[in-house]
Design a protein around this ligand. Sequence first.
Ligand code: TMP
Length: 241
Amino acid sequence: MQGAFVVFEGGDGVGKSTQAALLAEWLTDRGREVIRTFEPGDGPVNAQIREILLSRSTENLAPRAEALLFAADKAQHVHAIVRPALERGAVVVCDRYVDSTLAYQGAGRVLDMAEVERINWWGTDDLRPDLTVLLDLAPEAGLAGIASHDRMESAGEDFHARVRAGFLALAERDPARYLVLPAREPVTALSERIRARVAELLEGEHHHEVGRRGLLSALFDADRDPEPGEEVSDAPARLSP
Ligand code: TMP
């Protein structure tokens, strides 16, 4: 059975965790192995990175340092949790992934989008979600439901407005891989729409091909396992002239 990588995205307080938990439960009931995970912070190294990123005692963190720390969290998370689960054929249900960085660090902190994208796809070795569920809500409505605001949640109204617009722009760029839903809808109505779309994904041909890699990483990664039918040489990998 092939794995599938389903990501929940959206602003703070939109109900991602509730929907991710409901989806995970539904998939488990249907006999799938499900790994429910989140960014930033799942894993021992990740928990330390999360503390730096979200603690309000972290002062004057440079936007580029912030972007690199979120990218480091993703690199470790994909390596230790997400990719091994997909290779076993599990469905990975993840709260937040690369789109969060593009929306918060790219759009929110106004960093160059292409550069933020590049460090993230490098960090994750180009692991793309099969489906991203974007729960859209006015930031003030989401933030109003959170009792004490962490460092990112305290970044201000304009910042969160840019984040929301950033998410919507990402979904518009690649509509086939997104399900965009108004987060104000009742929880059960949302979860039914999400189930229907995930059922389609799991029945269709869009599952994750874990062997998919970029040409450069395939050429330079000497420790990787050979693909079926590939000739293995002891010579150091190098690019042809
Ligand atoms: P959460 O665990 O409540 O979702 O908090 C994570 C916070 O970090 C949230 O405000 C979104 C933010 N964030 C980024 O700014 N960039 C990222 O790449 C990720 C994953 C989260």
